[in-house]
Design a protein around this ligand. Structure first.
Ligand code: UD1
Length: 420
């Protein structure tokens, strides 16, 4: 079992330059989009994180051949060999559901395990299923598996009841090979969805309204190969912005798209952090001596991302006053709070709100990572907690962060991975 050990201290100042990796949430749908063609897809700037290995294991079972060189991936599904995504893989990574739309569209069949319970609350997939049914798929649930079939999907008008990132991606991919036009309304607008659309257009898809709430897709007979660059990971970038703010550091982030971080930057600036855009790919972030408290509510893009909620809660433990953080996207996404209490934080949870009272000195302790962003928040807390903090179950961290501890170490943190 691997753990992360941090020797924290309140006087730590992170300093230096850090390169942000490609976005996990953009590369996963880009990889499953390769199911839509028999030709080769080349993806650049991919992050080498565990979720990428998990989706590639699934893609191999479905018939893909792939090759990774440094941070580039070439992947080709000449022939679909199986239409089944097993429970093991879907359980390990919920985004495995992103094979459903492409498999149905190209192969006419898909059997995908229904994702089970998840550490951040119930995460249904009803919106994916209703949308695919509107495109003409026949879907049933048998033995814990979604069985979907369609001779040929056809275009339809679909309005999502609620914004869903994965649902929007699955439906866009399916509609690309459907007969006629599909109009998707109330789409999620996350940059990762736009990045997927850019890839699909290079493959020959006809998509209008990229990045907007209404997206129109004209189905084409087939799609072909393409080369595509994955956008930078705005959540990894946000995590380093908070790391600098929290430690009154002075760091430069490179390989980012500052515009995609607008809401996070606005909140950091309100708290007193200085952020200077150096050019279109980099920012300097300088933490201030005093952190101003503030209320934050998570919401779909361009709102404040739920994937940054845990990290901001850590920052607010060091603010001079009370902050209320409201989580509107997922229920039960406060598992990090019990661990933060063990470090000495003063946080109360009331329904979907976390009331964070600052400023409290933190003291190192052994903590358990319960999900990806929760584990990042514990690492951040460990940086400023006096003494030794151990974060166990780091496999959660490895799902979505590429070399987090070596990047932090290069900025001056005393952090290491230990095996036991
Ligand atoms: C994606 C991201 C995840 C991020 C989340 C919200 C990936 C791989 N993961 O997850 O990091 O935290 O967006 O920004 O991109 N919902 C339904 N029915 C559905 C689908 C979703 O009720 O069929 C609900 C969910 O329970 C949740 C909300 O809609 O309350 C948003 O979920 P969704 O946007 O679908 O999240 P994911 O795509 O799973």
């Amino acid at each position: 079992m691997e753990k992360i050990r941090i020797h924290g201290n309140q006087n730590l100042r992170l300093k230096g330059k850090v390169r942000i990796s490609g976005a996990k949430n953009a590369v996963l749908p880009a990889i499953t989009a390769s199911l839509l063609t028999k030709d080769k897809i080349r993806l650049k700037n991919i992050p080498l994180v565990e979720d990428v290995h998990t989706i590639l294991t699934l893609m191999k079972e479905l018939g893909a051949n792939y090759n990774i060189k440094k941070n580039s991936l070439s992947i080709q599904v000449k022939k679909i060999q199986s239409e089944q995504a097993s429970y093991d893989l879907v359980q390990a990574m919920r985004a495995s559901i992103l094979v459903l739309g492409p498999l149905l569209a190209r192969y006419g069949k898909a059997i995908v395990a229904l994702p089970g319970g998840c550490a951040i609350g119930s995460r249904p997939i009803d919106l994916h299923i209703h949308g695919l049914e509107k495109l003409g798929a026949r879907i049933s649930l048998e033995h814990g598996y979604i069985q979907a079939e369609a001779n040929k999907l056809h275009g339809a008008e679909i309005e999502f009841e609620k914004k869903t990132v994965g649902g929007t991606e699955n439906l866009i991919m399916a509609a690309c090979l459907a007969l006629g036009e599909t109009v998707l309304k109330n789409c999620a607008r996350e940059p990762e969805i736009s990045n997927l659309c850019d890839l699909l257009i290079k493959m020959g898809a006809k998509i209008d309204g990229i990045g907007e709430e209404t997206i129109r897709i004209k189905g084409v007979r087939e799609l072909g190969g393409a080369t595509h660059e994955i956008i930078p990971d705005r959540i990894e970038a946000g995590t380093f912005l908070v790391a600098s703010a929290l430690t009154r550091g002075n760091i430069v982030l490179t390989n980012i798209k500052p515009d995609q971080l607008d809401t996070v930057i606005e909140k950091l600036k309100y708290s007193g952090t200085q952020i200077e855009k150096l050019n279109n790919h980099s920012l300097r972030v300088v933490g201030s001596e005093e952190i101003r408290p503030q209320d934050i509510t998570t919401s779909p893009y361009p709102g404040f991302p739920t994937d940054m909620q845990a990290q901001f809660i850590v920052m607010m433990t060091q603010a001079s006053g009370t902050s209320i953080i409201t989580e509107t996207i997922f229920d039960r996404r406060f598992s990090h709070i019990n661990e933060l209490l063990r470090l000495g934080a003063n946080i109360e949870v009331s329904g979907d709100k976390a009331i964070v009272k600052g400023k409290t000195p933190l003291s190192g302790a052994e903590t358990i990572a319960s999900d990806l962003r929760a584990s990042a928040s514990l690492v951040l807390a460990g940086l400023i907690a006096n003494g030794e903090t151990i974060v166990t179950e780091v496999e959660h961290l490895d799902r979505g962060y590429e070399k987090l501890e070596s990047k932090l170490k290069s900025l001056g943190a005393k952090i290491e991975r230990i095996k036991e």
